[in-house]
Design a protein around this ligand. Sequence first.
Ligand code: F6P
Length: 545
Amino acid sequence: MSNLTNSPAWLALAAHRDEVGNRHMRELFAADAERFERFSLRASGLFLDYSKNRIDARTMDLLIGLARERGLESARAAMFAGRRINTTEDRAVLHVALRDRSAAPIEVDGQDVMPAVREVLERMGTFAEAVRSGEWRGYTKESITDVVNIGIGGSDLGPAMACQALAACGHERLTMHFVSNIDGDHLAGVLAKVDPRRTLFIVASKTFTTIETMTNAATARAWFLASGAAEADVAKHFVAVSTNAERVAAFGIDTANMFGFWDWVGGRYSMWSAVGLPIAIYVGRDNFNALLDGAHAMDCHFVEAPLDANMPVVLGLLGVWYRSFFDSSSISIAPYAQALARLPAYLQQLEMESNGKSVTRDGKPVETATCPVIWGEPGTNGQHAFFQLLHQGTDLIPVDFIAPLAASHKLADHHRLLLANCIAQSKALMVGKTADEVRTELSAGGLSGEALEALVPHRVFPGNRPSNTLLLPDLSPRSLGALIALYEHKVFVQSVIWGINAFDQWGVELGKQIASRIAAELAGDQTSAHDASTLGLIAAARTAA
Ligand code: F6P
């Protein structure tokens, strides 16, 4: 494969960028009555309008050409075939197997993984239903009312985001809690609210070595025993989710109460595995299966749809277009659904831990910028906080608007107003407001002369600011599954274009190593060689302790 930036497709895109990049989207819409139909797609129940982007038909042709030139189709086939595409960890990448609903085998090194996947799913479903029905009881024979998931990163964000998103179908008796931070305030706040006799702890960690999770789990276990429960009662109140049975046993959780998964499931791609146990408990087995169905439908679309009608491919390529050809360094995620409040945080890990890389798969420096910063807040809140910068700031920040068409609540009129705001914001970003339009508006309001002219520059909106709008029929498990799988594959598409490994995360290691050294130093009075700043901060921390 030729180098990325001197490949024919890249050079053609670079030349094309000035042509289309200097045109205003107002003009592009005016010139093409079919623009909305041309640049919109349906897949797995989702609708994507990508017409409000700085593209024309040739841009998309060139981007699709780039995807072909970069070997997207063969890379995709390698992932779905269970090849060890995560080369730095020598692992296959098969989160798609976790939600595969066909009867076909999926092999890693000649071994069909599907029987084990189905077995764990079955055990999860049975356990979830037992907790929901009240058949699973605590040590005083009371039903479970509170579930506390202890995990961090991929062992927290997916289930936390999904339980909040799907609260409308959550079990009435159950309150879900998620503890991730090693800051004791997080766990203490939850423990203050729950009754040990009616609480189930799920200790979720792929490795079962993560310091935050192990510390929180040990504290929760000690709190449980201190409440008057016996060692033998732990089995009724603590279950583990992990790939590491040895560590689970060493921690003191019977492996009969462990739900396993496999090294070919990356942490940030794991909500479909046993890591999704809190979701299955909260919304029930059938709804969890519907979540998997939605994701599987998106997987099939990703594999089968032609590249130019393939939603994850189109979304991924648009991201590359702005990152690499407009130097746009962040993307704002704007879910117009309060229930999706944790989606931006979930996507931060998914995208930034996957594609926040500076070397290519073969260890060479990347030739272009890679993953942008992902950030956001639910609409309409964001409109009253940072949207000012999106409309009139100096950076070009594409926005993904995400909205369910049907409300999960029955409150009159709220949803109409919510959707109106969502649609209005994408329009405002696109059309902007010209100086002449501002003048007309101000003079209609009675202003004239110098006073009017002084205000004009402040009230102009440049517009031409890109966005995608993703419409979900509703916030159901199926729609959510399709939405998350869409972003997973988008991330994969971008990693193939940039030539990076989306499935390792070596960048998180250095801080962990140094923290364990400093934690030991804070416990004693010896300090090893550090720079002056670190020594000064350690001294300050000792004074406070
Ligand atoms: O430190 C980053 C990370 O390794 C993530 O990739 C992962 O999701 C998280 O920590 C938690 O890891 P574990 O599930 O092994 O506790």
